[in-house]
Ligand binder design. Sequence first.
Ligand SMILES: N[C@@H](CCC(=O)N[C@@H](CS)C(=O)NCC(=O)O)C(=O)O
Length: 209
Amino acid sequence: MKLYGHATSPYVRKVRIALREKNIRFEWIQESPHDAGNRIAALNPLGKVPVMETDDGRVLFDSALLIEYIDTLTPERLIPSAEPERLRALLWNTLGTGIVDAAVARLLEDRRPASEKSQDFIARQEDKIARALAWADKADRGRAYLVGERFSIADLGLGVALEYIDFRYPHDWRSQHPRLARWLAGISTRGSFAETLPPGMERALDAPH
Ligand SMILES: N[C@@H](CCC(=O)N[C@@H](CS)C(=O)NCC(=O)O)C(=O)O
């Protein structure tokens, strides 16, 4: 299979982590919808990455759908099959996606010329992220994994979101949420996380928690 997308995209990273966790081989085509002459819009009418071409020639897009597809390819599931774990894990992933969406929106607004950008819009995205972190901190059971006793889409989704905050909206969220910081420190040692860090990103390894 082929995966299209660039190395700094958190949505692409989620799919790369899912593939790595399940030991599925793939060809990574590092193309961004912002590159001149890119083929993304020809594959995905929405013009976004990640996009996947399956071995039997189907074209799929959107990280959530891709992870759902990837999860059917091997027996060990990232999305738990039994309730109530399934819905709980998907809700954690939805929270993670929402954090990423807000951080991306904040970044794009912040990159606009000073005369055009809205500080109010930026503050609203930052509020969403702060509330989501507080929600996560309250719901975290203080265990290695957010749902059940093994790595799931819950850990994948929140882990990528927290590291994306460190990458694109670095601020000291750890002192307010030390338990979450400890949880992330454990998850981020996984090979799938370490091998997919966005280029140039340095982890807040000096964080006290
Ligand atoms: N809901 C999509 C979001 C994907 C997305 O927004 N990707 C960004 C890269 S980080 C993109 O391709 N942006 C180009 C655009 O919106 O034109 C997913 O989960 O895959």
